[in-house]
Write a protein that binds this ligand. Structure first.
Ligand code: ADP
Ligand code: MG
Length: 237
């Protein structure tokens, strides 16, 4: 694993601090990003940011909670994956630090899609990442969980581990992402999500994304986010 220079990290931290939230940025290259993320994005041919990305990522890089709404296909995945990678990188997260980020997705298929984007864009990072969506024996998953830095999971399955897997520690967790929060709630996962959040440290960054803004989503946001930045992208009329 490449040894990171302290100078590189502190200059990156400074650039994030100096980032002006009022200026609207167009390209990923305009953001203060680590070299592994910048390389992962360009190797995946991502250059220009979508609206939700350019409006959410800067705030998220500064550690703000995010409540984001934008229709399907608008690029929400990178809007949370880039901050997840960056915020762990700037903390110099290693395997010894355990679970740093938990990403919840309503379905196995969507979780797999997120995981694939993570593997692509995060390929130059040293983080370990796992997919926890059931389908394998609980025991098999249990053995790997303790070593993961980033997990993409469905609510039911991760809750099973939180309740039953002794080695699975979440007390160091920095970021929680709830993707497609509207669908998570529509599918009846409200209680599971509440129980998951109960297992996590209160001091954390939370990003909640959905395609629609519903009462249930804003109720969930009120309970799980702290002074979030609201980012809603509407289609031009
Ligand atoms: P959503 O989660 O909002 O439905 P996705 O994150 O799945 O949207 O992205 C939808 C599609 O747009 C994907 O095929 C993705 O690769 C592509 N995409 C996302 N961001 C960008 C970008 N900045 N530039 C080009 N394509 C992008
Ligand atoms: Mg999505």
């Amino acid at each position: 694993k490449r040894k990171r220079g302290e100078d590189e990290i502190s200059s990156l931290i400074q650039r994030v601090e100096d980032l002006d939230l009022k200026s609207s940025l167009k390209n990923f290259a305009d953001l203060p990003l680590s070299e592994p993320t910048a390389r992962g994005l360009s190797a995946s041919h991502y250059k220009t940011m979508t609206d939700i990305q350019s409006r959410a990522i800067s705030h998220a890089l500064k550690g703000r909670d995010i409540l984001g709404a934008a229709k399907t296909g608008s690029g929400k995945t990178l809007a949370f994956l880039v901050p997840v990678l960056e915020n762990l990188y700037r903390r110099q997260w290693t395997e010894l630090d355990g679970l740093g980020a938990l990403i919840l997705s309503p379905t196995r298929e969507l979780a797999i899609q997120i995981f694939e984007v993570l593997r692509k864009v995060g390929r130059y990072h040293g983080f370990s990442a796992g997919l926890v969506i059931g389908g394998k024996s609980l025991r098999e998953e249990q053995e790997r969980l303790g070593r993961m830095n980033i997990l993409v999971c469905t609510p039911g399955r991760i809750l099973q581990h939180l309740d039953q897997t002794a080695m699975f520690e979440t007390n160091n967790l920095q970021l929680l992402v709830m993707d497609e929060a509207d669908r998570i709630l529509d599918m009846g996962f409200q209680k599971s999500v509440d129980a998951i959040v109960d297992h996590l440290p209160k001091q954390r960054q939370t990003m909640l994304f959905s395609a629609t803004q519903t009462k249930k989503v804003s109720d969930l946001a009120r309970l799980s986010l702290q002074e979030p930045e609201y980012v809603a992208v509407h289609e031009a009329a």
